[in-house]
Design a protein around this ligand. Structure first.
Ligand SMILES: Nc1ncnc2c1ncn2[C@@H]1O[C@H](COP(=O)(O)OP(=O)(O)OP(=O)(O)O)[C@@H](O)[C@H]1O
Length: 249
């Protein structure tokens, strides 16, 4: 099967630091593919290149067979690539329903700048309620974003990514800052989404990664040193030495 996302020999240098140094991997349709690596391995830089926020020095990125390396970040969602957890994605004074309605309107190319009226448009609010239900926030539609817990905000950010109707989701540390209960809820949500989207998951929480991933790519010093199943990665001596330590070995 052709990969939905293919990253080929990406390189990105900042001064003397090779943040990405020949990273390559593929994600199949419906696959949940995790990227793990120690702090500074280049995970954020890699995901920013896939999202189009950072231009690689070398290498190519293909989405559904199309070379998107030179496509601007704001055009990538329309081609089927959505990133969750972007800064300033949320409007704190709007309700959850209104926030999702705005995302749907923006996706459909409706005029920017008139968001408040748009956010009370029934033709947007009905699908907005559906996206909220997909992430377990159906009961919170009329709450303001400012009233949400940290975990609920992250659920909402996933709903906004789903509202892009993309086939590939980039999830950048969804469990960051969460307690055990919130992490468990997010893991359950991602299990429910798994298989319906190709998901690239960058995450430090190894319990979550091992519970969720179909395949894992290990990144060390900007290089993808291994792509394999959970078992292959857990048992690889280089990975254990470079990253996992004794805790999960
Ligand atoms: N804009 C930048 N300018 C200079 N150096 C940078 C820049 N962005 C990243 N780096 C460097 O590139 C390397 C990779 O950083 P990156 O943030 O991508 O790693 P990471 O794996 O996401 O780390 P963490 O797990 O701590 O989030 C690091 O050495 C970092 O200091």
């Amino acid at each position: 099967m052709n990969p939905q996302l293919s990253v080929q020999a990406l390189e990105k240098t900042f001064g003397a630091v090779k943040a990405t140094n020949g990273a390559s991997f593929d994600i199949a349709p419906g696959e949940l593919h995790a990227i793990i690596g120690p702090n500074g391995a280049g995970k954020s830089t890699l995901i920013a290149q896939i999202a189009g926020e950072i231009r690689p020095d070398k290498g190519r990125i293909f989405l559904n067979g199309q070379d998107i390396t030179d496509v601007p970040a704001h055009q990538r969602p329309r081609l089927g690539l959505a990133r969750a957890f972007q800064v300033s994605q949320l409007y704190p004074e709007f309700t959850l329903l209104e926030n999702v309605a705005v995302a749907i309107a923006a996706r459909d190319g409706q005029t920017f700048g008139l968001w408040k009226p748009m956010a009370s448009d029934q033709s947007l609010l009905a699908p907005a309620a559906d996206y909220l239900a997909r992430v377990g926030l159906e009961a919170r539609g009329h709450a303001q974003v400012s009233a949400l817990s940290h975990g609920e905000r992250r659920q909402l950010e996933i709903a906004l990514a789903l509202a892009q109707e993309a086939s590939v989701l980039l999830l950048d540390e969804p469990m960051a800052g969460m307690g055990a209960q919130e992490s468990a809820r997010m893991t359950q949500l991602l299990l429910e989404l798994k298989g319906r989207y190709a998901i690239l998951l960058v995450e430090h929480d190894m319990d979550a990664v091992f519970a969720l991933a179909d395949r894992i790519t290990v990144l060390v010093y900007g290089q993808t040193i291994l792509t394999g199943s959970v078992e292959q990665v857990r048992n690889d001596p280089h990975v254990r030495a470079a990253y996992l330590g004794e805790e999960h070995a």
